[in-house]
Design a protein around this ligand. Structure first.
Ligand SMILES: Cc1cc2nc3c(=O)[nH]c(=O)nc-3n(C[C@H](O)[C@H](O)[C@H](O)COP(=O)(O)OP(=O)(O)OC[C@H]3O[C@@H](n4cnc5c(N)ncnc54)[C@H](O)[C@@H]3O)c2cc1C
Length: 373
């Protein structure tokens, strides 16, 4: 890389921030020549917003990668390895929690092959679970506390990457004075598009294959929960099929229970009837979540779920889904003021952005350096 021009990353979700970290840490990156600028509408400590998926997510590492999908398997596997190493080094102060994960399947006796790579993988004996379940496995996996982890990413780039709150209406507006005032030039060397659901409307991208998969989850306070549970009814279909119920404990005693996967649904607020349904399903797969001190549902009235006593909030977010899956590739060069700008896409992670972020960030950064050779 010889020219002294900045590199821009659009987006400050888990995808934009992990891309910034990998770019900064790359042996091919010369910080004396290239400033890095993140431009984003949303930043990690903002109030929760459905359009900022990274802060709404559960989140756990439970791959949806089909057995034949080599790229997704690679990205998910790599991210698990990076996060597990972080946890081994610094424990739960990373915002990561290592836990036993149990998966229940209804309507199928198959699980994804990638789970067999996890530590402690076991196919459970039928005598250990209810007859309404057709198949069950357990293994060791990870959960993430989004705000905590995003803030750690921010600290890793602090003082080295410029972070701006800025709405970019189109890639061609990177040379607008309101943008050049921030990045210092009318033509950056490269731009990484990590805009999540924003890739649908960002000019110059406007990817019509991007759509929201609405997710509603309930946050509980249940520090006695230290294991994860999921029940999949029907086909998984890349993470968007059937009915999926999950329980995601976090190191701080919060537990996220979910969920819904409503494709093309832009309603950004909680639906009360969905909350009731999520609590019912969560209690079905994990009765131990009911507070030990609860009277409700036992001696008390049957009208309310005993879990209602520990509800902290209800969250809604739009997973940035994409027909054909994640777009992690070089685009065509963009020309701004007669200068060539490299474009790298890294968006469309759907319900799998947390579990694949390091894998796609590394590929995206590598693509840039290859293109500049
Ligand atoms: C309920 C729910 C549960 C989930 N659970 C899990 C899970 O357990 N495991 C998992 O791996 N994943 C999970 N996900 C999915 C995961 O959250 C997403 O895949 C991931 O957060 C996508 O990250 P992102 O950075 O691409 O998008 P986002 O986090 O949405 O960030 C996009 C960024 O781009 C910025 N932006 C967009 N357009 C523009 C523009 N024009 N100008 C400037 N800035 C712009 C935004 O402001 C934001 O900063 C879940 C999601 C939801 C909603």
């Amino acid at each position: 890389m010889t020219e002294s021009r900045p590199i821009v990353i659009i987006g400050a979700g888990v995808i934009g921030l992990t891309t910034a970290v990998r770019l900064l840490e790359s042996k091919d990156f010369d910080a004396s020549k290239h400033a890095i600028h993140i431009l984003a509408d949303h930043l990690p400590n903002d109030p929760l917003d459905a359009y900022y998926a990274s802060t709404i997510a559960g989140a756990h590492h439970l791959s949806f990668a089909d057995d034949e999908d080599a790229n997704q398997r690679k990205w998910d596997r790599r991210t698990f390895q990076v996060m597990l190493d972080e946890w081994k080094k610094e424990g739960e102060k990373t915002g990561l929690m290592v836990l036993k994960q149990t998966e229940y399947y209804v309507g199928t006796d198959k699980h994804l092959k990638i789970y067999e790579e996890h530590p402690d993988f076991t196919v459970l004996d039928k005598s250990t679970y209810s007859s309404s379940i057709d198949h069950s496995i357990s293994f060791t996996s990870l959960t993430m506390t989004p705000s905590h982890y995003l803030n750690r990413l921010l600290r890793r780039i602090e003082g080295k990457v410029h972070v701006h709150r800025y709405h970019l209406s189109s890639l061609s507006r990177l040379n607008h004075p309101s943008c050049t005032a921030l990045i210092g030039t009318s033509a950056p060397l490269a731009v990484f598009v990590c805009a999540g659901i924003g890739a649908l409307t960002l000019g110059g991208v406007e990817d019509q294959d991007v759509y929201p998969t609405r997710g509603q989850v309930v946050k509980l306070k249940a520090p006695w929960m230290r294991s994860g549970w999921t029940r999949q009814v029907g086909s998984l279909d890349g993470g968007e099929g059937g009915e999926r119920t999950y329980i995601i404990p976090r190191p701080d005693g919060d537990v996220i229970v979910g969920g819904t996967r409503e494709q093309g649904d832009w309603y950004p607020y909680p639906r009360p009837e969905t909350t009731v349904d999520i609590l019912r399903r969560a209690r079905e797969i994990c009765p131990d979540m009911v507070p030990p001190y609860s009277k409700n549902g036992e001696d008390g009235p049957e009208t309310a779920s005993p879990l209602e006593e520990i509800v902290q909030g209800v969250l809604v977010g739009f997973r940035p889904s994409r027909v054909g899956g994640i777009r992690c590739e070089m685009g065509e060069d963009l020309y701004l003021d007669n200068e060539e700008v490299k474009v790298i896409y890294n968006y469309g992670h759907g319900g799998a952005g947390w579990q694949s972020c390091w894998g796609t960030a590394e590929d995206a950064v590598e693509m840039l350096f290859k293109a500049l050779q």
